[in-house]
Ligand binder design. Structure first.
Ligand code: SF4
Ligand code: SF4
Length: 97
């Protein structure tokens, strides 16, 4: 299993959190590039819905962008319906539905 990206400014700017391979983190939420925050819109609905604080935000060019703290994500899916543009998924959970 590959390591989660280190939360550095370089990794945020390069979008490495959004591009994380779902197959390597099957029970962890994944944020797609369609996320509003990646397009200059201030949205933190997924963070507000997360009971464990696994959705983190970091400053980047164009505004704060979300990333998932894999160790804190329980796979509860509370964040999925909270997203107005369906940009957050749990690939492993969806595969078994
Ligand atoms: S699946 Fe649950 S724990 Fe993981 S980011 Fe979403 S709300 Fe938070
Ligand atoms: S709720 Fe959706 S659009 Fe808003 S920050 Fe989270 S993933 Fe992005």
């Amino acid at each position: 299993m590959s390591e989660a990206p280190i939360p550095t400014r370089r990794n945020f700017l390069l979008g490495r959190f959004a591009a994380a391979d779902p197959a390597t983190q099957p029970s962890t939420a994944v944020i797609a590039p369609t996320c509003l925050a990646f397009h200059g819109v201030a949205c933190m609905s997924c963070r507000d819905a997360c009971p464990t604080g696994a959705v983190r935000f970091a400053l980047a060019v164009g505004g704060a962008r979300p990333w998932i703290e894999a160790d804190a994500c329980t796979g509860c899916r509370e964040c999925v319906p909270a997203c107005p543009v369906d940009a957050i998924h749990l690939p492993a959970a969806e595969a078994t539905i």
